[in-house]
Design a protein around this ligand. Sequence first.
Ligand SMILES: [Mg+2]
Length: 264
Amino acid sequence: MTELTDIKGWLVDLDGTLYLGDTILPGAIEFIGKLEEQKRRFRFVSNTTIYSRRQIAEKLTRLGMNASEQQIFTAPSAAAELLRTFGGVKCYLVVADALREEFDGIDISERNPDYVVIGDVGRDMDYELLNKVFRLVMGGAELIALQKNRFFRGSDGLQIDVGAFVAGLEYSSNKQAKIIGKPSRQFFNLAVHDIRIEAGERWLSAEFAMVGDDIESDIKGAMDAGLLGVLVKTGKYNDSYSEHFGIVPEYSFDSIKDLSGRLG
Ligand SMILES: [Mg+2]
């Protein structure tokens, strides 16, 4: 198994791994500091469907980790990148207002769109909106889901995530959505590609590691894409949920602090 000290590029999950809501987790600043000190390449990665990269960079900086937008890789930025490569397509966005800036330069329209991008719109998600998306998909639009997570842990407890709506739309339309965020292989491939371009190196997937608190999105997704899976038992981690998926990460730590201690 690859030694942690031999990892060339790190993908680092945010919520539940480096912070919990607005609280930085112990060891997080130290961990990022070590990656920088040891000149390792990394991306902060997130399935957030609420915040833009600019907002995440501001938050990380506020919490004590200097971050630039270029170091952040999210499901919305990956989706926008993919749509740009398709060229000249029309899209209807069901995403938080803050995310619209990620889709600059893309033709946004609710009239016969080629794609509907669905993310988290919180309480704005209601029957009417869901049915509107359903009709667009039945009319020929392809559904792109920023993520298909089942649930997340918010500051006031567990909350149902976008995945439930995506699954419902797939069921009713009898069409599969294209999933962009973790755990889709595409997400990890795009993030790894981003680091390779920056480094100008053709590192193998096995020389990258993903650290996160979600056994399915972070660990299974990364391992399926050929990356090393490094679990931290903070955030949404719980024993029974992990056992249910029967996934054994290459490494697991009680927290980012313990992982940091292993980086030398
Ligand atoms: Mg997480």
